[in-house]
Design a protein. Structure first.
Length: 288
């Protein structure tokens, strides 16, 4: 990696000494990562090796669903649910089907959430991971249906549920159908809870809109990654409505922890261990 960078610098220096040879040389785009929060630069391999967390300011970059699964679950224990479920176009929104097809080809996902059974440090559970790279993980009919089925299967099998939430809210291209998912997922969570089973929510960047207003806020234990955005409406909308300026840290994980909405803030490197401990402490496996 360093060798590649030095070759680029050497090549540029050699060409700068020859006025008749003006070659344009640039550092490969995927060689370095520049933090959008503190502007610190680090080698991409180091950044990825640190689970995409900035070494300078602790910025937690967004992960794909597969990256999140790789960091969280035990190897070779994942059994996916409803892998081939895909969205229709319930309100005939112009261009929606093409957008879905393009994103499926680009991301390798069928929609914005992956669900299934797994083990986390040998603790058996149902897991759901939302992926912001697919339409900002907006909640349409497929996201709502997959989450509902995941909770129903967990209820049948007496398993805890772990949901990694990340969303821009309800999916406008599905209109009222997307809003109906709020009630459907919340009802499934309630049935799971009525059976005395554990539900852990992990809020990642960003978690907003109808997702925050439904299943993402219903966890028995609500965890957030550091400094992530969590809220319902946007800052500007709220300020225009109440005619007041909001605090600078409003809708941050730290603000919500201070005001009792979030139970704990856990850095990414500690999430796997924390989740497994919570499952052990709050399920029947603790007595075995």
């Amino acid at each position: 990696m360093l060798e590649d960078l030095f070759k680029v610098v050497k090549f540029r220096a050699e060409n700068d000494t020859h006025s008749d040879k003006k070659s344009k040389v640039s550092i490969p785009r995927d060689l370095l990562f520049k933090c959008p929060r503190c502007s610190n630069t680090m080698f991409m391999d180091d950044f990825v090796g640190a689970s995409k967390v900035c070494a300078s300011c602790g910025y937690h970059a967004r992960l794909t669903a597969q990256e999140r699964l790789d960091l969280t679950i035990d190897k070779d224990t994942f059994e996916e649910y409803d892998a081939n479920m895909t969205s229709k176009n319930p309100i005939q929104f112009d261009g929606y089907e093409k957008k879905i097809a393009d994103l499926q080809a680009k991301t390798g996902l069928r929609d914005a959430v992956i669900t299934g059974e797994c083990r986390i440090r040998n603790k058996h559970c149902v897991i759901a991971v939302m992926d912001s790279h697919f339409m900002m993980a907006s909640m349409g009919s497929v996201v709502g249906e997959k989450l509902t089925r995941a909770f129903e299967r967990a209820t049948e099998k007496n398993l805890p549920v772990v949901v990694f939430a990340a969303s821009g809210g309800a999916r406008m291209q599905e209109g009222i159908v997307s809003l109906m998912q709020m009630a459907k997922t919340s009802a499934a969570v309630a049935r799971h809870s009525d059976k005395g089973l554990l539900y852990i929510t992990v809020l990642t960047d960003p978690t907003t809109g109808g997702v925050t207003a439904s299943f993402a806020s219903l966890g028995d234990i609500i965890i957030a990654e550091p400094k992530v955005l969590i809220g319902f409406a946007g800052r500007r909308v709220i300020e225009d409505t109440i005619r007041q300026r909001l605090p600078d840290d409003f809708q941050s994980a730290e603000f919500l922890l201070e005001h009792g909405f979030v139970d704990m803030i856990v850095p990414r490197k500690n999430l796997r261990r924390t989740i497994s401990r919570l499952i052990r402490l709050h399920t029947k496996e603790a007595s075995r």
